[in-house]
Design a protein around this ligand. Structure first.
Ligand SMILES: [Zn+2]
Length: 442
């Protein structure tokens, strides 16, 4: 039905604010251009003053204009690469509510055969309940709240590089964030967390990636337990699925999410894990594996959520099966328990693209995770886990740094293993009944 980020066009005078081009400037009227992608996002935040600048590189476009989700940001100026003012307008979108302000920022930028750089200065506000920059020091904008942090496109298929600078963080605390994300990433990947962190170095993989966990007071034991096989699992992912794309240093950080919120978030290269799950090896490896699927390969639309979560849930179990068999076995026992809680009507792999709202349309449940994991498990039991590893490697190599659809996975499995998994995928991912787990595909 509805993706909530709707383009409402230019509503001049509807809560908008005019930009500051002078009378001698060549003024281009702001207009939207949703197809004009953001290819680079360079962010500098002042954490004390709650201001920021976003320098965005826009893809070439035969059509003028550009538009971004801008949440409740208050834009104060927009300039081009030479410092000249660019006209802008900001209007609330149709799905905006008093509690969840959604705005669309449009710019008066010309059509261009070359990339265009714009710098947007703005004020931002704190957001709780996983909708932006928390007062508690961490950020979280999945699935479509990036506009509360920076002008963005939340479309999970779109990839942008990032740089991030944080000024005036609270004294005495440690900021965990990537200064650079050089491989195109979805907007929800970018995050930071600031706290009383201590780094626990865990080791270095064969490829030279250093792996750490960042824990807070009293969490050393949890970090030690959660990271017991993390280097080995990361190494297995690099050697089996392919080269990691988000830098040479990675790790997980414990975050003080509100009580009742568990799990983690794939903020590569420094993923976040709820304090209560920091000791859980499966959660750490799950978030690590998103460096390959979900982040390293972006989903083509929210309906492909299973390509991210199902694949990663499988890979976490598979990697742990190899590097820590008892932990792997415990993961599959836990998965089977979680699968029993999945309702037949929960969506896993909807047969559409761009119409399902991941939060509102019953897709963000355990179904994509567990039905997805056991689909791959059934394929592995049919063809051999090593053969499925080869398929997941081939798919990754072909799609790294790009977006992909779950539908693309089936021909890859067939090409790598000789097995047509279409019927098995239908049974596991699209039926309303749940097949018996730990059973090979027919
Ligand atoms: Zn996940």
């Amino acid at each position: 039905m509805k993706r909530t980020v709707l383009v409402v066009g230019l509503l001049a005078g509807c809560g908008g604010s005019g930009g500051g081009a002078g009378p001698d400037a060549s003024v281009t009227t702001p207009s939207d251009n949703p197809a004009r992608a953001v290819t680079a996002t360079d962010l500098a935040f002042d954490l004390a003053g709650k201001t920021a600048t976003a320098t965005l590189t826009l893809a070439p476009s035969e059509k003028a204009g550009a538009g971004f989700e801008s949440g409740d940001l208050v834009v104060t100026a927009v300039t081009d690469g030479s410092g000249a003012a660019i006209e802008f307008a900001s209007a609330k979108t149709a799905d905006s509510t008093p509690a969840d302000v959604r705005s669309r920022l449009t710019l008066g930028v010309p059509a261009s055969a070359d990339p265009v750089t714009v710098t947007i200065a703005y004020k931002w506000a704190n957001h709780e309940s996983f909708t932006g920059i928390s007062k508690d020091g961490y950020t979280f904008n999945w699935p479509y709240y990036c506009g509360n942090m920076f002008p963005c496109h939340s479309d999970p298929a779109e990839g942008t590089t990032f740089t991030l600078a944080l000024a005036n963080a609270p004294a005495g605390l440690v900021s965990v964030f990537p200064a650079t994300i050089a491989q195109p990433a979805p907007a929800y990947q970018l995050a930071w967390t600031i706290g009383a962190y201590t780094e626990l170095p865990l080791g270095t993989t064969t490829a030279g990636t250093t792996v750490s966990l960042f824990y807070r007071t009293g969490e050393l034991a949890a970090a030690t337990k959660g990271g017991a096989h993390l280097v080995a699992a990361f190494d297995w992912l690099e050697r089996t699925i392919g080269p990691y794309g988000f830098g040479g240093k990675v790790g997980g950080a414990s975050v003080p999410w509100p009580d009742g919120f568990a799990g983690g978030m794939e903020h590569h290269p420094f993923w976040h894990v709820a304090a209560g799950d920091f000791a859980d090896e499966n959660t750490q490896v799950h978030e690590a594996a998103h460096g390959w699927y979900g982040d390293g390969i972006r989903i083509g639309c929210w309906e492909d959520f299973v390509l991210s979560e199902g694949t990663v849930s499988y890979l976490a179990g598979r990697a742990l099966d190899v590097v820590a068999p008892s932990v792997g076995a415990a993961s599959w026992t836990e998965y089977a328990r979680e699968l029993r809680g999945v309702a037949g009507t929960d969506l896993t792999w909807p047969d559409s693209c761009g119409t399902v709202d991941v939060l509102k349309d019953n897709l963000y449940t355990n179904a994509p995770y567990m039905r997805g994991a056991f689909f791959y498990r059934a394929v592995a039991l049919k063809v051999g886990a090593d053969k499925l590893d080869a398929a997941l490697h081939a798919f990754y190599v072909a799609k790294k740094g790009k977006s992909a659809h779950m539908a693309d996975m089936l021909p890859t499995i067939q090409a790598s293993t000789g097995f047509d998994a279409t019927a098995c995928a239908q049974a596991w991912l699209r039926s309303t009944t749940i097949p018996a787990p730990e059973t090979p595909c027919d």
